[in-house]
Design a protein around this ligand. Structure first.
Ligand code: SF4
Length: 377
């Protein structure tokens, strides 16, 4: 940015030239809207800004782009638990690890509809169904059953999301036809670090599923899993979190949802001894995601149960605007319903209404320099 580019905004230029990367990129995002041409060093610099500055500028972009009081409530139900052939090293549902989890068949329609109704009554506007599968190939009967579930839950006036493993193009189209709102397929970490986490399917296979979902007109939900910060070859480093955000922020369209997950280590998995993720790591991820993908719903997801209300408040301030509610997140514990109700009351949060727009993300209207400055003040 220079004084010529921004016309009369000389004051803004002087301010930015003295500021952190978070400040500079947040101002640029507010002025120009979402962009897909991020380079990795730009995102690295934002991520590495002083944490309170990063939090502040994440909050600025958030307030500029969203109703900052609105938080989307989603409920995630495991409709087919355990017995998965994949080796995701964080997952208790993999059949390769001895976690004591019993594999179950696909839940019946009555049981799923009952859970969806309960979630709706508790304030959820999006119902997500997860199945522990590598993919849905060769599971025609189960897949057709899930199409029915999607149709009926959509008929209840809820947004519907699925996470069923890798998809083929035709399956994505059928899910769209059934009324699916969003499909979750996390990339988890950077391309470089990914083989340390999963060996049974590739990064490119995951990106292909995301492409099929996007091409079918379904919103993409894709994010990360924060493992452990260790700056050596064995552990996920900050560089890998930046790499993941860079991959997502340079997709042809940003994901509509970006879940930020803190590992909940489960006994029996290869990551059972990982130390808990610190709140500052969450805040860095959330605020950076908010600045580089301003329109996305940034979801404070797995591991929220470990954070206190004040810690969660900092996450909302940094730019998170979506949570999972309900007793469990697939197979791991989640926050208590009453505690969440109290948190909404204390923090002045309001539930976000469901959206059935065919457009995954509304066009972002670039504002003038003056408007941007006034709204971020
Ligand atoms: S994360 Fe999904 S694909 Fe990986 S082991 Fe667990 S259920 Fe299977």
């Amino acid at each position: 940015m220079d004084a010529k580019t921004v016309g009369g905004c000389v004051a803004l230029f002087i301010y930015s030239s003295l500021s952190s990367a978070a400040a500079i990129q947040a101002e640029r995002t507010i002025r120009q809207g979402p962009r897909n041409d991020w380079n990795r060093d730009e995102i690295k610099a934002v991520y590495g800004s002083p944490v309170l500055d990063l939090l502040f500028h994440g909050a600025q972009v958030h307030r500029h782009t969203h109703n900052f009081r609105e938080v989307q409530q989603c409920t995630l139900l495991s409709i087919k638990t355990g017995g998965c052939s994949e080796d995701c090293s964080y997952c208790p549902q993999s059949s390769r690890y001895d976690t004591g989890l019993k594999a179950q068949k696909l839940m019946t329609k009555d049981a799923v509809m009952e859970a969806a109704q309960k979630a709706k009554e508790a304030g959820s506007t999006r119902f997500c169904m997860g199945a522990a599968w590598r993919d849905t190939v060769g599971r025609k009967t189960n897949f057709n059953q899930i199409l029915e579930y999607v149709k009926d839950i959509r008929g209840m006036g809820m947004e519907v999301c699925c996470t069923l493993g890798m998809l083929e193009k035709q399956q994505a189209l059928k899910l769209k036809e059934a009324g699916l709102t969003a499909y979750n397929h996390n990339l988890d970490t950077s391309r470089e670090y990914y083989p340390n986490v999963i060996t049974t399917r590739t990064y490119d296979e995951r990106l292909e599923t995301i492409k099929f979902v996007r091409d079918a007109g379904i919103s993409v939900c894709s994010g990360n899993l924060i493992l452990l910060l260790r700056n050596n070859r064995a552990g996920e480093a900050e560089e890998d979190r930046v790499g993941l955000l860079h991959t997502l922020a340079t997709l042809p369209s940003h994901p509509e949802s970006v879940p930020i997950n803190a590992l909940v280590s489960v006994k029996g998995t290869p990551l059972q001894d990982q130390k808990p993720v610190e709140i500052w790591e969450m805040i860095r991820m959330i605020a950076t995601a908010r600045i580089v993908m301003p329109k996305a719903m940034v979801r404070l997801s797995a591991g929220r149960v470990k954070f206190s209300m004040p810690e969660q408040a900092l996450c909302f301030l940094a730019g998170a605007n979506s949570i999972f509610t309900g007793e469990k997140l697939l197979t791991t514990p989640n926050n208590d319903f009453d505690a969440d109700q109290l948190m909404f009351k204390v923090l002045g949060l309001i539930p976000k209404a469901p959206s059935f727009s065919e457009e995954p993300a509304k066009a972002y209207e670039a504002e003038t320099c003056e408007e941007a400055v006034s709204s971020s003040g």
